[in-house]
Design a protein around this ligand. Structure first.
Ligand code: F6R
Length: 260
């Protein structure tokens, strides 16, 4: 696992560099997309590169991590709509090439199974962007999630609903109670995991992710078992890392030809 500690703007550029390198290698690459605040600067940087430098998403495929259950099709916080607004429309990514689990399906387990099949049919995710919850979730794999889980319905913790209330007029009761989420096993199948975390409120979750024992109590710790995982954190999110100096030293002495 590689840990990079840098200001948020630099982290976004690093993540965008990795995505751009992938797209220039393979124009039909498969990207895994997170919602929430953490990837927004990355999406801004990709939109800028699309507008100013011609970075193309015309053949790329995208798979979202998760979706709320039951939000109206038009609801601005429905993750499908968030991804359309924050990234897909800005880079003129053909809508049919970006998919998410269907939180409005009549048969939710069937929608989850279909989503797993769609990811597999696309050849799997090449690069998965991730954020982390203050309770250590990735996607919406809340504490207690099976480390081998696949796409399924989950109940959001009270903590996650409180954290996400800022997107729902500050009203926790408006935050849905359930979601569909890629499982930890699904995420672990992606070929490269790139997690972004900023702010002191993420410091304990980041410490557990990188340095804690692998445990369903802190679901993101499963990433320690991934052969290619990159953790991009600002100083505040890194503030509880025991080996922060070593991570800094390692990154500073990294050969310039070696991307993330
Ligand atoms: C959302 C997702 C979640 C968020 C996490 C952090 O698609 O996968 O795991 O990444 O809840 O949210 P932010 O980035 O808003 O702090």
């Amino acid at each position: 696992m590689e840990v990079v500690i840098a200001p948020a703007e630099e982290l976004a550029v690093l993540a965008a560099d990795a995505i751009e390198a992938l797209l220039r290698r393979r124009s039909d690459a498969v990207l895994g997309l997170a919602t929430g605040s953490s990837p927004l600067k990355v999406y801004d940087e990709l939109a800028r590169r699309h507008a100013e430098e011609g970075l193309s998403f015309a053949q790329a495929r995208g798979f979202m991590l998760d979706e709320y259950v039951g939000l109206d099709a038009e609801h601005p916080e429905r993750y499908r709509n968030v991804i359309a607004t924050e990234i897909a429309e800005r880079v003129r990514w053909p809508a049919e090439q970006v998919q998410g689990p269907d939180g409005l399906a009549a048969d939710l387990p069937a929608a989850c199974a279909a989503y797993e099949e769609a990811i597999e049919a696309a050849g799997g995710v090449d690069l998965q962007i991730l954020g982390i919850g203050t309770d250590g979730h990735i996607a919406f794999n809340e504490p207690g999630s099976s480390l081998a889980s696949r796409t399924r319905i989950k109940t959001l913790t009270r903590q996650t609903r409180v954290d996400n209330a800022r997107f729902f007029d500050g009203d926790v009761e408006k935050v849905p109670t359930h979601c569909l989420t890629q499982g930890l096993g699904t995420i672990m199948d992606a070929r490269h995991l790139v997690l972004l975390a900023t702010g002191r409120q993420k410091a304990e979750a980041v410490h557990q992710l990188v340095e804690g024992p692998v445990s369903a109590l802190w679901p993101a710790t499963v990433m320690q078992l991934h052969p290619h995982a990159t953790v991009l954190v600002d100083e505040a999110a890194a503030s509880r890392l025991q080996l922060a100096d070593y991570y800094r030293q390692t990154y500073a002495s990294k050969p310039s030809w070696q991307g993330l």
